[in-house]
Design a protein around this ligand. Structure first.
Ligand SMILES: Cc1ncc(C[n+]2csc(CCOP(=O)(O)OP(=O)(O)O)c2C)c(N)n1
Ligand SMILES: [Mg+2]
Length: 541
């Protein structure tokens, strides 16, 4: 009777599901998976730090809507990867982290790199468990994919002990997943509930639609624009870690403060919305549609009788139903939509005349209008955290953009840029990040060069962790700044040393040509722009 290894079952299961791009870093516990991958149609994209596997799978998952797959080794490999799941969880990204794990017969005995991996992953994943049976390990893979993509999507941690991967089982004992095991039916919004939502929205003078991070994709943005048109209500994404100071939403606090009815479209009532408190008016009513009953409970607790309606439904099908049924009604007020969108998206005219404080320095506001010239509708933009990237988020316009999001964790943008290139090899990818942030994953430039995943990273060098420096100035005074300084490091030369392309820019007129040479290089490229250290813009009416 022929036999198959657990590792072969995992790999064949992924192959059958068409999940063939694997972001990984080798390690004892998972070498059987690497071995099995040779005989399957899997592509191993291997990186320089386990967190990068997760960031790449995250950006892949966000762009394609299909789960990104990361493989890391047990113990320290898993520990390194887990921190990056926080961003994927906040952004509702479908992805599966598969981690090697101590052998099941060594559990609790001080096994090699033994770690309570499930417990470690639980707070930053939708689900985390340990596979214990080789014959059904393919079912575990399918279940992980199903959970990652169902309801509110998110990361799943599947832990694979090396003995489960190494064991051989007779082929007729293997329980293979069927296509149905990889997905679950969406939970629709019932027509009667949709009509009730429409009825409530029709009573509002200044309704506002707030979308979940899962809608922060080009597909999601199109859906939000259709919601906006159908309901005559501005529709925004609330994914910014800075809450109502979200740089991409201008005077968002003023728009929220004007609203008398807020439709939460899969958006949890969390800190990004000040838990439904100010700037929302005390009498503003809320409608919550959410895949997760716990989020409706939360909305009831925070808003009480001001929660006009709550319904469980998956975000995208709910939006489709609402759009279809709203079509028969004339809803909203074009004047309000125009006013709100002006507050959200207009930028002060005097930003156009801002210049650096010295001939060899740019103001951040000078950088992004130049970058905008190179963004096509299909370009992908990845903006990290920090003040420079906030300027970028405020000024740049494009639908295919990804940010560090609700988690507010900095550092993922370089591996995310490479992951974006895997998801979409045809279109230019840009990353925007500060000099401090660049250090997190600069070694991934070698990965991107080796794997031929070109992108252009615009690094704003102000020689400090400016976002935190600004907090020190604000909260403790200008004489109490400490621990936030950096050197004027030649990140462009670092990129070149890692095999990529590097450009140093100190004058605005050199920026466009530097971006052009970077694009033409066909490599991962760093445009190191020397900037003034300026706080990000906070816009109010
Ligand atoms: C993982 C993580 N570590 C630390 C922080 C805190 N933090 C947020 S922004 C920032 C400074 C970023 O500095 P830089 O990349 O140079 O950008 P700048 O603000 O200077 O433009 C820091 C340390 C965080 N948000 N996430
Ligand atoms: Mg900086």
């Amino acid at each position: 009777m022929p036999k198959l290894r657990g590792a072969d079952i995992v790999v064949k299961t992924l192959e059958k599901a068409g999940l063939t791009d694997i972001f990984t870093l080798s390690g004892n516990h998972i070498m059987s998976l690497f071995d099995a991958a040779i005989d399957a149609n899997l592509k191993l994209l291997h990186v320089r730090h386990e967190a990068a596997t997760v960031h790449m799978a995250d950006s892949y998952g966000r762009l394609t809507g299909r789960p990104g797959i990361a493989w890391v080794t047990g113990g320290p490999g898993h520990a390194n990867a887990v921190g990056a799941l926080f961003t994927a969880l906040g952004q509702e990204t479908p992805m599966v982290l598969m981690s090697g794990h101590t052998e099941t017969d060594q559990l609790g005995k001080g096994g090699f790199q033994e770690l309570r991996q499930v417990a470690m992953a639980e707070p930053v994943s939708k689900a985390a468990w340990l596979s214990t049976d080789t014959a059904t390990v393919g079912m575990d893979v399918a279940k992980a994919v199903r959970i990652a993509t169902t309801g509110r999507p998110g990361p799943v941690s599947l832990n694979l002990p090396s003995d489960v991967l190494d064991a051989r089982v007779e082929t007729d004992a293997i329980v293979w997943p069927t296509p149905a095991d990889f997905s679950a039916p969406a939970v629709p919004l019932h027509d009667a509930v949709a009509d009730a939502v429409i009825g409530l929205m029709a009573t509002a003078k200044r309704p506002l639609i707030i979308g979940a991070p899962v809608l922060a994709t080009d597909r999601g943005r199109v859906l939000l624009r259709r919601m906006e048109a159908a309901f005559g209500a501005p529709a925004v994404l609330s994914e910014g870690p800075r809450s109502f100071a979200d740089a991409s939403l201008g005077a968002y606090a003023d728009v929220a403060g004007d609203a008398d009815m807020v439709l939460l479209l899969g958006k949890a009532l969390d800190f990004t919305l000040k838990f439904g408190g100010a700037p929302f008016r005390p009498d503003c009513r809320f409608i919550a549609i959410d895949p997760d009953g716990a989020m409706l409970d939360r909305a009831v607790r925070y808003k009480g009788a001001l929660l006009a309606l709550g319904a469980i439904a998956d975000t995208v099908p709910a939006a489709e139903t609402l759009i279809a049924r709203a079509a028969e009604h004339k809803l909203g007020d074009a004047g309000w939509v125009k006013e709100a969108n002006g507050l959200l998206y207009d930028r002060p005219a005097d930003w156009a005349v801002l210049t650096g404080s010295a001939p060899d320095r740019l103001h951040p506001a000078q950088v992004f209008p130049v970058l905008q010239r190179y963004l096509t509708p299909q370009s992908i933009l990845i903006a990290d955290g920090g003040e420079f990237a906030q300027w970028g988020q405020s000024i740049l316009r494009n639908d295919r953009r990804m940010i560090n999001g609700v988690a507010g964790s900095i550092g993922g943008s370089l591996p995310m840029a490479a992951g974006a290139r895997v998801a979409d090899p045809a279109n230019p990818v840009f990353a925007v990040l500060g000099d401090g942030t660049f250090g997190f994953h600069m070694s991934e430039i070698e990965t991107a060069v080796r794997l031929n995943l070109p992108y252009v990273a615009i690094v704003g060098t102000d020689c400090r962790w400016n976002a935190e420096y600004r907090l020190q100035v604000r909260d403790y005074g200008p004489n109490r700044t400490y621990g936030c300084e950096l050197d004027p490091t030649r990140y462009d030369l670092a990129a070149a040393a890692l095999g990529g392309h590097g450009e140093l820019v100190t004058r605005v007129e050199d920026l466009g040509p530097a971006i052009e040479r970077s694009l033409a290089s066909g490599k991962a490229a760093v445009v190191n722009v020397m900037i003034d250290s300026i706080p990000s813009p906070a816009l109010r009416r």
